[in-house]
Design a binder for this molecule. Structure first.
Ligand code: PLP
Length: 414
């Protein structure tokens, strides 16, 4: 496919000097406004990807930029040796809006999950002594790229090249409560059992915690059932396991509520989030409920940039705008997407919640996404699906135009 100036300085230097860890599309985004992106040739695109659920109010958002700029002219960084107002206010706002009690800030989703894993393991060792360090995650999950969050990611093909990984992760199938309970009971009966027959890096004693995404994002936009998530919450309570929800992608209004767990009728011990929270600046948050709020003490965890004033000032602005009106707009737009795409030619299934949507096309997803890109619509893939993560305030007319291009391309089945 040919999009943009293929021999530009950017592509030449990128191919030569940037590590080849990404299979980039031939597109260089240089600017934009809201849900419109502009490439290096001046061509415009409708954005249904938001930089992977990050730019939830689109690009060059003035309110967010003003909040960040105002902070920038005061102080850009202080370190965590001192108090900082944006960090304190953001934590307070997150706790007020969720009922969580304390927040640890990092810079990414992976770091937020690292913190959740540390909380689960430390709670278990504080409460029960050593020997209770296993975390159960789900098969087909995604929790990050650091060695430990990779270990938590329940897909063995991510693991193979990087062994030895962090031990203590066992994965069971999504929406299968009996399989998860079986691991908890098996390790309670015999903590020395490595569970080597299961997906994961092997058990490390009895179960300390459970970590799940409410909708498996990278796994292909697979929502968990309400019964399953409520069952996991009850299982965690029964065995005093730290129940952690990874809302790195589902969080911050994406699914139609501030956090997706709020639609599942559960109250987790730990909620992690990142992507959309910063509105484009790197931030990760690990929120802890009362039960585990003081598990981490002085020196137990840290991050130089975590809680950075610029990222926090931006996030305060973002959070203040995820209100009832915005969330109603997310539901309205979600309905439009489901109505337009469900049952359309070449579309086999539409999954997801709110504005986190997976579209199973008969044509290969990557091919559809490339064709849409040529026609000025930016979409993503997730496994074998086209994935849509538009801005939460995308103008409805733009959304409809983009969907008609997607439908048209999906219908081109050979
Ligand atoms: C993106 C993602 C992560 C990793 O976030 P990074 O900021 O890339 O470290 C973790 N969990 C889920 C569910 C994600 O979607």
């Amino acid at each position: 496919m040919t999009i943009g100036p293929l021999m530009s300085v950017t592509t030449t230097f990128d191919n030569r000097f940037v590590a080849h860890t990404y299979n980039r599309f031939p597109l260089e985004i240089v600017s934009g406004k809201g849900s419109i992106l502009v490439d290096a040739d001046g061509k415009e695109y409708i954005d249904l990807g938001t930089g992977i659920a990050v730019n939830i109010f689109g690009v060059a958002d003035e309110e967010w930029a003003a909040a960040v700029t105002a902070q920038m002219s005061k102080v850009q960084h202080t370190s965590n040796l001192y108090y900082s107002e944006p960090c304190a206010l953001l934590a307070s706002e997150l706790c007020t809006r969720t009922g969580m009690r304390k927040v640890f800030f990092g810079n990414s989703g992976a770091e937020a999950n690292e913190c959740a894993i540390k909380v689960a393991r430390k709670y278990a060792s504080d409460t029960y002594g050593p020997g209770r360090a296993t975390i159960i995650t789900l098969e087909n999950s995604f929790h990050g790229r650091t060695l430990t969050t990779l270990s938590a990611t329940g897909q063995d093909h991510y693991h193979e090249l990087f062994t030895p990984l962090t031990p203590g992760f066992v994965s069971t199938p999504a929406n299968d409560l009996a399989a998860m309970r079986a691991v908890v009971e098996r390790l309670a009966a015999n903590p020395a059992d490595p569970c080597a027959d299961l997906v994961g890096t092997g058990a490390a004693g009895e179960v300390a915690g459970i970590l799940i995404e409410p909708i498996q994002g990278e796994g292909g936009v697979v929502p968990l059932s309400v019964e399953f998530v409520q069952g996991v919450a009850a299982l965690a309570k029964e065995f005093d396991l730290v129940f952690c929800i990874d809302e790195v992608q589902t969080g911050n209004g994406r699914t139609g509520t501030l956090y997706a767990y709020q639609q599942y009728g559960v109250f987790p011990d730990v909620v992690t989030t990142a992507k959309g929270l910063g509105g484009g600046l790197p931030i990760g948050a690990c929120m802890m409920a009362e039960h585990v709020a003081d598990v981490l003490g002085y020196g137990d965890h840290g991050s130089t940039f975590g809680g950075n004033p610029l990222a926090c000032a931006g996030a305060i602005n973002i959070l203040s705008r995820i209100n009832g009106t915005l969330l109603a707009g997310v539901q309205e737009r979600s309905l439009i997407v489901f109505e337009e795409l469900s049952g359309a030619a070449g579309i086999e299934d539409v999954s997801g919640m709110g504005l986190m949507i997976g579209v199973k096309t008969t044509r290969p997803a990557r091919e559809v996404v490339e064709a849409c890109l040529e026609r000025g619509v930016v979409c993503l893939t997730a496994k074998d699906r086209v994935r849509l993560l538009p801005a939460l305030n995308i103008p409805i007319e733009l959304l409809r135009s983009a969907l008609s291009v997607l439908k048209d391309e999906a219908a081109k089945v050979q």
